[in-house]
Design a protein around this ligand. Structure first.
Ligand code: GLP
Length: 241
């Protein structure tokens, strides 16, 4: 595990974007695993800047996203489909047909989880998977639990996650109670994993992820068993280390 500490969120975003850009430059037809949430927004901004400066070409890139709320239509501003289009896909020359997310509008959980898992596997190996870290140590929407769930599945969101994510909705009642998420196995099969972590409210989760026992109670700890993980974290997130 490589840990890069940066002063600010902006520096974290630049470092992360440089790592992603190097993968795209070395392999123009790479497959990127992408994440949502506030942590990667700056990274996407930096990637858009690089694209606008003519430094990056997404025309052959394929993407698969980690997760999506179950039950939110694509045009809902809080859907991860909307987020990805708003923050990246509509701003670069990626082909829409090469971008993939779980379909939150499919209410048949088993069918959607199986469809998305099969799709991701059929596309090949993810060259780089970008991740944020939940305040409770979750990755994607793999919530703390008694075991690691391997494939894409439907998750019952924890109260703490609903609480953390309600800032994006009008109220906690509007936050969907379930989501589709790549499983730990889906994530761990990526060749490279890049985690962006920012802010004091992530400090405990980051410390547990890096130093605590490897356990499904802190899903991020599994990343220590992956051979190529880089964490880029700002000073505030590193404050308990
Ligand atoms: C959300 C997402 C995760 C994200 C995490 C942290 O619930 N499902 O993919 O990494 O929580 O979000 P944020 O970056 O907004 O703190």
């Amino acid at each position: 595990m490589r840990i890069i500490e940066t002063k600010t969120y902006e520096d974290m975003s630049k470092q992360a974007a440089n790592i992603i850009a190097s993968v795209v430059t070395l392999k123009p037809d790479c497959m990127l695993g992408l994440a949502t949430g506030s942590s990667p927004i700056g990274t996407y901004e930096e990637l858009v800047k690089k694209y606008e400066a003519g430094e990056l070409d997404f025309s052959e890139v394929t993407t698969v996203n980690l997760d999506e709320y179950k039950g939110l239509p694509k045009e809902n501003k809080q859907s991860y489909y909307y987020f990805m289009h708003d923050n990246l896909f509509d701003k670069v020359n990626i082909k829409p047909e090469n971008t993939h997310l779980p379909d939150g509008t499919n209410l048949d959980s088993e069918e959607e989880a199986a469809r998305y898992e099969a799709l991701v596997q059929s596309l090949g190996t993810v060259d780089l998977q970008l991740l944020g870290l939940g305040r409770n140590g979750h990755i994607g929407f793999n919530e703390p639990g008694d075991s690691f769930v391997e494939p894409t599945h439907c998750v019952d969101l924890k109260e703490s996650t609903i609480e953390a994510n309600k800032r994006f909705f009008e109220s906690a009642d509007d936050v969907p109670k379930q989501a589709y998420s790549m499983g730990i196995g889906t994530i761990m099969r990526a060749k490279k994993i890049l985690v962006v972590v920012s802010g004091e409210d992530k400090a405990q989760a980051l410390k547990d992820t890096i130093c605590g026992p490897i356990s499904p109670k802190v899903p991020g700890t599994i990343l220590r068993l992956h051979p190529d993980v880089t964490i880029v974290a700002d000073e505030a997130a590193m404050s308990l280390m």
